[in-house]
Design a protein around this ligand. Sequence first.
Ligand SMILES: [Fe+2]
Length: 285
Amino acid sequence: MPRNARLQAFEVGIDPAHASFLHRFFNDASLEDTYGKQFRGASAGEIDGEKWPMTRVMREFDQPDIAFTEQPYGLQLTTLRPMTDKLTHVRITNALFPNTFVIPLSETMTITQMHVPVDDTHTYWYAVFTSFADPVNKDAMRNQRLEAVSLPDYIPKSGRHNNWGFNPEEQMTRTFLGMGEDDINVHDQWACESMGAIQNRTREHLGTSDKVIIANRRMLAKAIDDVAAGALPPGFAKAEVANTRLGPDTVDGIAPAQDWPTWSRHTMQAKRDGAPWDASTPHAP
Ligand SMILES: [Fe+2]
């Protein structure tokens, strides 16, 4: 099993349960002025005519039912948080083997995040934003993220040297983690850096909520064997299938408990249909 920082960073990203704890805010921000901010926007759908911030869903429903299906590109994850007899929160995300995930940022934007190895202990972290509505506000997105790094080499300002900005007063009163409310990427950074550059995985105790981590590691181990035997790894797009690799789709919303698959399909399709660019996916999985 390869053990490197890239894998740690990727595993944080594909873990559907962590947001309820690592990114837990004790208070919700206004749904105004949430542009570009992960988990601060509203989930799609409503409860009793009310929009819910994702932060509230994550906080109040912290034991998700996690499922996944294998796809040609890797794994599609479905995370359900049953809310009432009639409603469930559904979040559909994707792990693109071996180092990319695609998740919803808001009702109209997705994040495609890539963790690209530099060496065994360092990884580049790229984020690509896709808007299905107005064009991405590049200045706003760039400025939000430049606040957290120093140029020219994009080194994070928070890290082990300053205990990732940990503030015990904040942890007691405002957040589960105590590492800031403005940039949740610091939380994820702490999760993968604090365990050390190469985590000793022989001493782990993986549980039910880690089922996607386990599936991804099995896929990785098999891919290593396959490649050693001369076969192609999963997700490798041969020329004849490359142009069928469209999507994958994401959604974060409050759905009818009994019919969330149909609701999810319609919501994702409506997002594509409403896009001002050609977002159709005739061959998408
Ligand atoms: Fe996270």
